[in-house]
Design a protein around this ligand. Sequence first.
Ligand code: PLP
Length: 359
Amino acid sequence: MTRPSRVVIDKQALQHNLQRVRELAPKSKIMAIVKADAYGHGLIRVAQTLHDADAFGVACLEEAEQLRAASIKNPIVLLEGPHKANDLSRIVELQLDIVIHNESQLQILEQANLDEPLQVWLKIDTGMHRLGFPVDKVNEALERLSNCSNVKPAPKLMTHFAVANDKNNPLTQQQLELFNQLSKNSEAEKTISNSAAIINYPETHVDWIRPGLMLYGVSPMKEGRADEHGLKPVMTLESELISIQQLSKNDTVGYGATWKCPEDMPVGVIAAGYGDGFPRHAKSGTPILVNDVRCSLIGRASMDMLTVDLRNQPEARIGDRVVLWGESLPIEEIAQYAETIPYELMCGVHKRLEFFEQD
Ligand SMILES: *Cc1c(COP(=O)(O)O)cnc(C)c1O
């Protein structure tokens, strides 16, 4: 018998979300971000389902290799660019676009002797202070790129926001102003926004947008929910009850004996745990659907099992369906109970689980 825990990927929801992004930013081309195995959803499956995307954004060469090996022909942008000089010949073979974000990459590019010039995206650090050229080095970098025979004419320009999910933080406006100042006289194609900016800052919908999280049907806002933005969750993590106990008042449940029954009550055991990617730090009270009814996680998550308060589902039987997040149970809510973010939960779903696709 296979383990009853599984991940269901709703391909229609994925297509719906891409369409929703197009509605929100009708004038922009879409670079669909599929790094980290498409946020845990399966890189190839997602790229094939989103074949209409104008480009894909990946973090590393290995991800781009996988896409090309699966005959994905869309443009692919290597978001962290090349790390070493000998990455470049492979990049040319695979026909990738590259981000150049620092001096060392610029030198690698200048010193290479490539068969064909590459499309470059110059990344500008407008205030996130992670990747990108500092504002006062941008003009020099652009000049060097335009003099470099390994670079296709007209490098494109990009920047990335640190706090676009928080409308009250003035940093986003500052970053935007800096970027606009630097690029206002340039004819180059530009890209600024991630999911949060696509929703919160329509003025950032320039030539290209770079949605990630929202494509997977999750709200990028601090306290938001996907349905507020017309998005549908793509990933559902589900399992089954494998045991039910009738416990007595004051019985404790699970490792550490941290949870104590307030009364005589039924407790269910679910066949999934942190070994599958369910967060170990999820608090007692984290919602779990049993037969579509909201129940609560109790006690500590263990490696392969979770325990659930079945007082809302006293009729539940072994083999009944359990949803840990996804359809009808927003992953945003689970992330709050686990003091993390939906990104981390989705990326952490373990590859030992079986994945099922729903058309
Ligand atoms: C991951 C990433 C995105 C997508 O961010 P979301 O918040 O998931 O929309 C966009 N741009 C860059 C450079 C990224 O690294």
